[in-house]
Write a protein that binds this ligand. Structure first.
Ligand SMILES: Nc1nc2c(ncn2[C@@H]2O[C@H](COP(=O)(O)OP(=O)(O)OP(=O)(O)O)[C@@H](O)[C@H]2O)c(=O)[nH]1
Length: 471
């Protein structure tokens, strides 16, 4: 311990340690190393202070923070000073004359520095993370005090660095996660959007924009953007009522329209969030639905005539009979069974392919001028069925005879002048509310058709009536 009674010899242990204790809480709240070293230099009335961090041990690059009139290169040279390198050190203290030790006369104030402390910042594994340096224009009470100062500052900076690197790790990590979610959100092949309780669009991802054609900004020009997709108020109310607090097991199918008025088929899960905004997650199934419908239509369509096939027309018969049973069809309904006359001879004379053309010509003409709600199908071979809702037997009769007339006048194939199609028909009519199973309808209409055949063909017979000659 020295006591030369100079005015520089002023730093008493209690005052120094109190000053350090007072500044420590602020250290951990600092947002930069500049703040940390600044706080220490102010608290200890230091003239010079820096922290140098080794960022890349391989290249020994250093970063300087804090008040330091020297350049980074000077710091590095100071650390490489052979007098320092001469022995292993963790803390080096200079009780006096440190300025002259490192700086030249020309550097004025720096040369006049008295005491200083240089400390190594070590990681737990022992690797050196960096250095700190504080230099004073006054002397210290003792070397031991300087070493204590060094220990306190070194551990405070290390803690700050650990906290800071953990935070920056988390903030980097968080940024990466946010970036990943943002990319996912905009590029996900699902529809994601959200609306505030005040009907403002908050989220509108790329798939929404692609499918609906509207941008988020465009939507927010409208007081109720939902009306753009569901112009029908009743549908809108149903959509709003479909919102649940937890995602449902099944998504609901909705048919919104896009910016061009195209009707889409979509599946949605609409979830109410705690802040009363609504998160909607959906899938566009328009193309899939169209394909399903095409396949479903194909499954009930007769390839040759493009009428319904047997399964299709019988399903329709079942459904329309049910509707008639429940009085959903006024004025009753009629069912007509057609069978081409002497069709075998067409095949025999002109060949099977011409027979096919005759069948498709028959199907086309049958549907050319339909009665309202009429459905027609091919039961098989040269046998067809037509269902005429809201047609009594007289109307059905007139329809058939007009059809017969058209068929007689039409040419099945150019050049085949002798080829004419004739048919027999059986009709059955049911009153509105009348109950009859499909099998019974088919049985009775078949009997009427058989009556027409038996009585000379080319005619229509109403079930239960005496056969009459057709035109
Ligand atoms: N070209 C063609 N012929 C068919 C098809 N389905 C059934 N046929 C033919 O239709 C003919 C039906 O003959 P039949 O049951 O004897 O009846 P028809 O010759 O029309 O005589 P009637 O019904 O008694 O007036 C048969 O020769 C079958 O081969 C088909 O898809 N294409």
């Amino acid at each position: 311990m020295k006591n030369d009674n100079t005015e520089h010899y002023i730093q008493m242990p209690d005052a120094v340690l109190n000053a350090l204790a007072g500044v420590l809480p602020a250290i951990f709240e600092s947002t930069s190393l500049e703040q940390v070293i600044g706080a220490f230099t102010r608290a200890l009335d230091a003239r010079l202070g820096w922290v140098a961090l080794i960022e890349q041990p391989q290249t020994l690059s250093v970063r300087v923070s804090g008040y330091c009139p020297c350049r980074e290169q000077d710091v590095y040279q100071m650390l490489a000073d052979r007098r320092l390198q001469a022995y292993k050190w963790n803390t080096v203290v200079w009780e006096h004359g440190v300025g002259k030790h490192f700086f030249s006369q020309s550097e004025g104030n720096l040369c006049a520095l008295e005491s200083a402390v240089l400390g190594k910042l070590r990681y737990q594994q022992g690797d050196v993370a960096g250095y700190f340096f504080l230099a004073f224009s006054h002397r210290f009470y003792s070397q031991k005090l300087l070493r204590n100062i060094s220990a306190i500052i070194s551990s405070a900076i290390k803690e700050y660095l650990i906290k800071h690197s953990v935070n920056s790790f988390f903030s980097n990590d968080k940024q990466e996660i946010v970036a990943q979610y943002t990319t996912l959100f905009f590029n996900a092949p699902i529809l994601i959007n959200s609306f505030s309780a005040e009907n403002r669009c908050i989220l509108w991802n790329g798939e929404c924009q692609r499918l609906f054609g509207w941008s988020k900004d465009e939507l927010n020009h409208f007081p109720d953007p939902l009306a753009l997709f569901y112009p029908d108020l009743a549908v809108r109310e149903r959509v709003r009522a479909s919102v649940t607090t937890v995602p449902g097991e099944k998504m609901q199918e909705w048919y919104p329209i896009d910016k061009n008025g195209r009707v889409l088929t979509t599946l949605w899960s609409n979830i109410l969030l705690p802040d009363h905004s609504i998160l909607n997650i959906g899938v566009d199934i328009t193309a899939r639905k169209r394909e399903e419908q095409r396949l479903a239509r194909k499954a009930i369509t007769d390839d040759l005539t493009q009428c319904l096939n047997r399964a299709g027309i019988l399903a329709q018969l079942n459904e329309i009979l049910l509707r008639n049973r429940h009085h959903a069809i006024q004025n009753g309904m009629s069912v007509v069974m057609f069978d081409l006359d002497y069709f075998k001879s067409i095949n025999d004379r002109w060949g099977h392919s011409v027979g096919d053309i005759a069948l498709s010509c028959f199907g086309r003409e049958l549907q050319a001028h339909p009665l309202p709600g009429m459905v027609a199908g091919r039961l098989g071979g040269e046998e067809f069925l037509a269902i005429l809702p809201a047609a009594d037997s007289q109307l059905a009769w007139r329809f058939i005879e007009q059809f017969r007339q058209r068929l007689t006048n039409s040419q099945v194939m150019p050049g085949y002048y002798d080829l004419r199609i004739s048919f027999s028909a059986g009709i059955i009519s049911l009153r509105s509310g009348e109950v009859m199973p499909v099998s019974e309808v088919l049985k009775q209409v078949d009997e009427a058709l058989y009556g027409a055949k038996r009585n000379g063909r080319g005619m229509s017979v109403i079930a239960g009536d005496t056969p009459a000659m057709g035109s």
